[in-house]
Write a protein that binds this ligand. Sequence first.
Ligand SMILES: NC(=O)c1ccc[n+]([C@@H]2O[C@H](COP(=O)([O-])OP(=O)(O)OC[C@H]3O[C@@H](n4cnc5c(N)ncnc54)[C@H](OP(=O)(O)O)[C@@H]3O)[C@@H](O)[C@H]2O)c1
Length: 290
Amino acid sequence: MSRILVIGAKGMLGRDLMKELQISFPGDEVLGWDIDEIDIRQKQDTVARIEGARPAIVINLAAYTDVDGCESNEQEAFAVNADGMRHVAMGVKRCGARVVYLSTDYVFDGKKGEPYREDDPPHPLSVYGRSKWKGEQYALELAGDGLIIRTQWLYGRYGKNFVTAILRQAKEKKILSIVNDQIGSPTYTVDLSRAISQLVRKIAGGIFHVTNSESCSWYDFGQAILKLSGIEEVQVLPISSSQLGRKAPRPPYSVLNTERFRKETGGPLRPWSEALKDFLYELEEGERMK
Ligand SMILES: NC(=O)c1ccc[n+]([C@@H]2O[C@H](COP(=O)([O-])OP(=O)(O)OC[C@H]3O[C@@H](n4cnc5c(N)ncnc54)[C@H](OP(=O)(O)O)[C@@H]3O)[C@@H](O)[C@H]2O)c1
């Protein structure tokens, strides 16, 4: 029996990933830590705690994920997303484990005009993107055979996300304004968790892009959420990113090419619209059970 350690286990992806790993690796011990158990900004403690736990694999999801907050807290963004990963990599190296780091499409500037491959040079526009790119470099350079999984536009049961925000706003407003000049692939944390588990099982290394397949704008995504939820009385207006005026710049087109993942595992993740249907059904079931 070996031990898999998930750091950031109480976050949106972490909660689904813990469930998935417990199902996929029944003979192994799956350990989940979050900020209450380990603060990855603390170098000595992080290295010692990981070394003491003697895991075979460490999956680091812990991050400062408030993209706009990162713009005004650059030091904190790098302390968690970059230096935190460095400390985790140092602990991983001490016990001869393998590391998995979750990264983002925001390492790209979104100007390529076609889906990004793993070997396209990053050029982040935001502090969040720069800090995550630095984290990637630490994972690859310090921990040996590291696995980087870049993903995007996550939603799931256990965190604040675009889908639940749209459903909440639809209860409060008659008209929603949503940006139509950013294109990506919405990705369900349950599907991503399965994909992470597959890559861990394959002992894959290097960078992989993993998202649900097909792409859309946030505006299209918002419309699909309302339509699939049977909400007809709310109107959606397309607006530009500059009209929304967010602090952090976002890449206009950051669809990720997932060919390498498909080749490694034998298939792509399902289209985002199918995954969304399942998620909305799960949400409804959850409401009914309350
Ligand atoms: N969400 C997306 O759309 C998206 C897209 C691409 C990539 N990713 C990446 O995927 C990973 C998971 O994302 P997520 O949306 O599940 O994030 P999340 O819900 O914010 O979860 C991250 C977890 O890490 C914890 N954490 C924060 N600082 C920490 C520290 N110093 N030490 C230990 N734990 C700490 C957080 O605790 P608190 O909640 O108490 O801060 C939270 O429980 C992240 O690495 C993120 O960068 C996310």
